[in-house]
Design a protein around this ligand. Structure first.
Ligand SMILES: Cc1ncc(C[n+]2csc(CCOP(=O)(O)OP(=O)(O)O)c2C)c(N)n1
Length: 574
């Protein structure tokens, strides 16, 4: 019997390296999933919410660099994919979405569950193809695969159920995956860059996710230039370890000497970074930006030289052209500032066992200390990002993943699910907000059902703490941020994970040890101090003014106790 569209789809996806498809079946998707079953090479992961399935796929695709499929069925099921696909687009993950579509003879009639895939995915997808005729199959599937892999992002294949079940023309259907070409500026552009570098007394490097494969080259360049190396959150895992010039992060989560080093230098090299916080870019130094993507060069800040190039390829070529700098005083200053920060950040760690409620800094640092050297950390959007940025130490084989560019809530637990499936045997730790965990809580059932050995830590602070801080910073009296939580450990126990709860700071170490040594899935419900504030490396007058104003408003409105607690618990860090 001739092959059907659904058969060709799965054999091409499997041929491109797809190992899993996350989603929920139904109506338009049924013939598509029937093809997956017949094919047998792609594992179907039934999730409880399509968005969670997409977050799992994003983490898997990003870390493995291989395409991962997700699926949702016509209308609402497809719509649930959207937030996750935005995340895939911003995190650069090759996720291929199969969007079930209404029966083709009812297309564009506003029928039940009909959704226009082009309009819906315009913001998220790098390519959207709709197969309404079986003869399109190879071209559409091939384009979706190659675009996702070559451009590092999501693509969508909209597929009506009747088309999926139709026979394809007799032809050859084979996935051809793209190569990874070398990409560097021309010799004359490199020469111009080398001249700028050689002419500068002091140089600072600031890197992002584009430094993924360029650790050794950047460390060699930094040593040659005595350049401090700062990083965005997405650069931390690639630049923090094995790097004697590492000076921490800039931005709202920042710490260390990075901010000052970027501002007090002659030349700042921005490598593979789309760092979004425009107020943190320096103005006085000359700035050079290198990135694979031409479109982001000069987007966030004014630059003196912008070069399209892969960071590894470009820095490798550059190393042959730049001279050793004689003076390391700029580097030494940045390292001293970084050391001072480390001491400051240690305050709540060394005093952690005595401070009640549990300080999140102490919890995060204990997890860091007890986690394995190749642990994969998933971090929820919220205060978890602050503690991970500052207290989770990057190592060569550790990974730190989150919705760092899209900043959606509720990513960490489903991210962990995807990584646990992709890397059996690896320690996977999710740092979850209580709001974040609750948002996609159904996925705990998927984790429990499959007994995936993920370790979930819930920062149980009884509210949307990150937003609480934001409001205080803006001079607004916090509102709408507090809520009641259940005992998450009991909930975990009830559904098949090992639940652990910790309220006493002296019990934190034992609780984390137990969490990490428990076989199978486990959840630590950590009741943490909701008043823990974090200070960015550079506080503007506006921020200080906002905090004072908000605290004054809270005091006037009768929340004096809250104000006193906030000040009392954080003043020693200032
Ligand atoms: C889907 C979504 N909704 C809202 C926001 C805005 N937001 C960013 S952080 C945050 C608070 C997260 O709260 P929680 O998960 O409890 O973590 P916490 O900050 O308390 O540690 C909110 C509401 C968002 N980023 N994503």
């Amino acid at each position: 019997m001739a092959e059907r569209v659904a058969d060709v789809l799965w054999s091409m996806l499997a041929g491109a390296g797809v190992k899993r498809c996350y989603g929920i079946v139904g109506d338009a998707l049924n013939p598509v999933i029937d093809g997956l079953r017949r094919n047998g090479q792609v594992e179907f992961i039934h999730v409880r919410h399509e968005e969670a399935g997409t977050f799992a796929a994003v983490a898997e695709a990003y870390l493995t660099n291989a395409p991962v499929a997700v699926c949702g069925t016509a209308g609402p099921g497809v719509m649930h994919l959207l937030n996750g696909l935005m995340d895939a687009q911003r995190e650069g993950a090759p996720v291929i979405a199969i969007a079930g579509d209404v029966v083709s003879n009812l297309a564009d009639t506003c029928t039940l569950e009909e959704l226009n895939p082009y309009a819906t995915f315009q913001v998220a997808s790098l390519y959207t193809g709709r197969i309404v005729n079986p003869a399109q199959t190879r071209a559409v599937v091939q384009t979706a695969i190659r675009t996702a892999l070559a451009e590092h992002g999501p693509t969508v294949i909209a597929l009506p159920g009747d088309t999926a079940a139709s026979e394809v023309p007799d032809d050859t259907y084979r996935a051809v995956v793209p190569n990874q070409p070398l990409l560097r500026p021309s010799d004359s552009d490199l020469q111009a860059l080398a001249e700028l570098i050689d002419g500068a007394g002091s140089v600072t490097i600031f890197g992002g996710d584009g430094c993924r494969d360029a650790h050794d080259e950047i460390v060699a360049l930094a040593e040659r230039l005595h350049a401090p190396v700062g990083y965005a959150f997405r650069g931390k895992q690639w630049l923090e370890w094995g790097n004697p010039n590492a000076v921490g992060m800039s931005g709202l989560l920042g710490w260390g000497g990075a901010y000052e080093a970027m501002h007090d230098c002659d030349l700042c090299l921005l490598l593979g970074t789309n760092f979004p916080f425009v107020d943190f870019y320096p103005r006085t130094p000359k700035k050079v930006q290198v990135d694979r993507s031409a479109s982001i060069i000069g987007r966030r800040t004014d630059i003196d030289l912008g070069l399209v190039g892969d960071i590894k390829d470009t820095v490798t070529a550059l190393l042959a052209l730049v001279a050793q700098k004689p003076d390391r005083s700029h580097l030494d200053r940045a390292l001293t500032t970084t050391e001072r920060w480390r001491k400051r950040m240690g305050h709540y760690v060394t005093r952690g066992p005595e401070l009640s409620p549990i300080r999140p800094e102490y919890l995060a640092s204990t997890i860091d200390e007890l986690a394995s050297d190749d642990a994969a950390f998933c971090v929820d959007t919220g205060t978890a990002c602050i503690w991970a940025a500052r207290y989770i130490t990057a190592r060569r084989d550790r990974r730190i993943f989150g919705s760092f560019s899209w900043a959606s809530m509720a990513n960490a637990m489903p991210n962990a699910l995807g990584i646990a499936l992709a890397y059996p045997g690896r320690q996977v730790i999710a740092l979850c907000g209580d709001g974040g965990l609750a948002m996609l809580m159904g996925e705990l059932l998927t984790i429990a059902e499959r007994q995936l050995p993920v370790k979930l830590v819930v920062l149980n602070n009884g509210g949307l703490e990150f937003v609480h801080i934001e409001m205080e910073e803006a001079g607004i009296e916090p509102f709408g941020t507090a809520f009641e939580n259940p005992d998450f450990s009991k909930l975990a126990d009830a559904i098949g994970l090992t639940g652990i709860r910790v309220e006493d700071p002296r019990a934190v170490r034992d609780a984390v040890t137990r969490l990490l040594s428990t076989p199978g899935p486990a959840l630590l419900d950590a009741v943490v101090d909701p008043h823990a504030l974090s200070l960015p490396p550079h506080i503007t007058f506006g921020m200080a003014e906002g905090f004072s104003l908000s605290l004054a408003k809270q005091a006037i409105n009768g929340n004096l106790d809250e104000v006193i607690e906030t000040v009392k618990r954080n003043v020693s860090l200032a």
